[in-house]
Ligand binder design. Sequence first.
Ligand SMILES: [Fe+2]
Length: 429
Amino acid sequence: MDVRQYVAEELGAARRRSLDILEPLDDDRLRRQHSPLMSPLVWDLAHIGNFEELWLLRAVAGAAPIDPSLDDLYDAFRHPRPNRPALPLLGPAEARRYVADVRGRVVDTLDRLDPDRPDQPLLAGGYVYGMVVQHEHQHDETMLATLQLMADPGYRPLAPPPPAGRPVDGDVLVPAGPFTMGTDDEAWAYDNERPAHVVDLAAFRIDAAPVTNRQYSGFVTDGGYDEPRLWTDEGWAWRNKAGLHAPELWRAEGGGRWTRNRFGWREDLPLDEPVQHVCWYEADAYARWAGGRLPTEAEWEKAASWSSESVKRRWPWGEGEPTPERANLGGRHFGPAPVGAYPAGVSGYGCHQMIGDVWEWTSSDFEPYPGFVTFPYREYSEVFFGSGYKVLRGGSWATSPLAARTTFRNWDYPIRRQIFAGFRCARDA
Ligand SMILES: [Fe+2]
């Protein structure tokens, strides 16, 4: 497909998704801050438009600012999340008008996009458009995390149920040897995924599926939260300070029964779904309890994207598109699918659900690859390197397929639980 046409379709799809997510909410719920960890939803919406204006109208097309005061209001670095509700933000109707205005002007400039200009790295392969599309989808996921934290009344979109699961047992062996980590040729990959480089790993074993709620509840009932030897010193200190005793949103109902809150509605804990809303410290303690450890980021990527054929795969299953039979992405089912629901999406080494369902914590800190070059701005990746962040991989049920490739890197603080994150365990072989 022509790059211009592809860009136009993906911009449109991202916008439909953003507006659909916000559509059921009245103005009060759009303006309110539902958690100090998150922005008011109306901030996210106008920020999406402002980012698009900065890159696609001003950087690419050289346009003048639509309203210069907006750049400050919607600059994530100038205003930390807890301070955003006090800003003179655009209201919901104004924000919708603003993002539509920006989008209209962007569409008008699209016919000038020449993706075959090697002298213009922002435009090569439509890169900057891909960056803006991914940014919007990444904020859509952030907005869904906000909605999960929203208090009564809950949020209940219509979504078809995921495919049925089936038992996935044990772990798989990933033999020793080199593999290619990162990418040079994925057109819309971020700077932190580059450059491709060879990493030689010892043999290891990794769980064939993410840790389920059933498995995780075994850790809880076995006293895993009360056994300091299972936790790192920082993890134990955080467990005490934050009063952790089970994943966020779980509630013990007596007799070993658990319920959990899903978008404001209480339901029986779905035992075969991957566990969600655990922080890195909890994942790390569980892995120790289970006789393993978290995989490194490199181990995760090798298990997801390599095989005995020694060819880098764009997706765990190969090069085919991420269809609904292969992975649970894009909010299609509005939650994780049970393990074993995607046999068509299994990786070359036999791992299920590496992409979609839940982000997976790794043991690795967020650091640049050898030869890293900032592109196109320091605030996407560089300012976060080495600042105590842990890397997450694989995307969640809420992640767009455009931002869930096997090389994509996400990062967050080890205390964070509001993201759609779970994990799987690894062991030395
Ligand atoms: Fe942003």
